[in-house]
Design a protein around this ligand. Structure first.
Ligand code: ZN
Length: 348
């Protein structure tokens, strides 16, 4: 059938709506230029429908920073529409299975992803209980004689495997002090900077019982260099002042400073208030009441409760009430896999 020419009024209208549509898309893209996506909102108990810990920061329409890579997060990464070639950084909070187990799956995927540069990785240094990120990756992938996944680190000329950038000649390990007083006074470390997209990633050592653990903060800047958006991922930690282990109410002030005025704090939230009746639990995780106190003091705009385990899910309403009772009045969201949260500028 021959195509009939559109009457000219139709063509004008079509052009008008296309232009309007493009303008609207442009606006949306600008507004959406810095956002958080949950890849895994669960933990390592039986949370049907939730991958384990993993969060993604999108900057200017692409997934730039992935924070944690727990079981199931590589699947979610694909479902989110993200492509590994766009990642600037993989930041690992700590080397527990529920935060790092998909790292070899992502390395394998690197074979297919078509990027010609290694992906920078950052993570904690070692202590007497766990290796640091460098030894972890060496023993898992890179040791030519003993790494179980050494086939992933073949020379690029042989088979085009392009995997991770790490090791002594990079800043991949972020020092976590062993001394509790030093941990309480820890300064944030700048771990990555993107000049192209005006953001920086900072890490702060935090206390997760006796395991080296890092909270991460992604800061986005305006053209004049002032801070525009701030997203934080807490890591597993107890939020308490490490130098005063006997004081259950003393908060980690270095951490309060670190998250000050954040638009979004992804709060690891595995355990309900009552769960802390179990002796020793307060060394590993933060009680909801402590979470509320810290978020209020730091003037956090939005808490996204994530890394949810059975205990927290069973008593979610009570736990949220504890956060409120502690004085926090900002927004509280309960994370779900693949959910997206936009950062809003603190001044808006
Ligand atoms: Zn965990």
């Amino acid at each position: 059938m021959p195509t009939l020419p559109l009457p000219s009024i139709c063509r004008v209208l079509l052009l008008f709506f296309i232009t309007l549509g493009l303008a609207a898309c442009g606006e949306t893209q600008k507004e959406d230029s810095f956002k958080l996506q949950v890849l895994g909102s669960g933990g390592h108990d039986d949370n049907a429908g939730r991958a384990s810990s993993g969060h993604l920061v999108w900057v200017d329409g692409a997934p730039r920073v992935m924070i944690d890579i727990g079981p199931g997060t590589v699947l979610r990464f694909g479902e989110s529409g993200a492509e590994p070639k766009d990642l600037d950084l993989l930041a690992v909070t700590h080397l527990h299975v529920d935060h790092v187990n998909d790292i070899s799956a992502m390395a394998k995927r690197g074979f297919f992803w078509g990027r010609d540069e290694k992906l920078p990785v950052r993570g904690p240094s070692a202590n007497t209980n766990l290796p640091g990120i460098n030894d972890f990756l060496t023993e898992l992938i890179y040791n030519e004689r003993s790494a179980p996944y050494r086939y992933l680190s073949l020379d690029a000329d042989d088979d085009n495997y392009i995997v991770y950038e790490y090791g002594p000649d990079t800043d991949s390990e972020i020092h976590v002090p062993l001394d509790l007083d030093a941990l309480a006074a820890a300064e944030p470390v700048m771990t990555f900077e993107s000049e192209e997209h005006d953001y920086q990633v900072w890490a702060l050592p935090v206390q997760h019982a006796h395991i080296p653990s890092l909270a991460y903060r992604v800061d986005r800047y305006d053209n004049d260099g002032s801070l525009r958006y701030r997203i934080v991922v807490t890591s597993d930690q107890n939020l308490r002042d490490p130098s005063k282990p006997e004081c259950a109410d003393c908060m980690n002030l270095a951490y309060v400073n670190f998250i000050q005025d954040a638009d979004i704090v992804v709060q690891h939230f595995p355990i309900e208030e009552r769960g802390y009746e179990h002796p020793g639990q307060t060394l590993w995780h933060a009680q909801p009441s402590m979470i509320g106190k810290v978020a209020d003091m730091a003037n956090v705009k939005m808490l996204v409760l994530s890394h949810l385990m059975q205990g927290a899910l069973k008593e979610l309403n009570e736990s949220v009430e504890e956060i409120r009772n502690a004085g926090y009045t900002g927004k509280i969201e309960v994370a779900e896999d693949l959910k997206v949260y936009k950062a809003k500028a603190s001044s808006e």
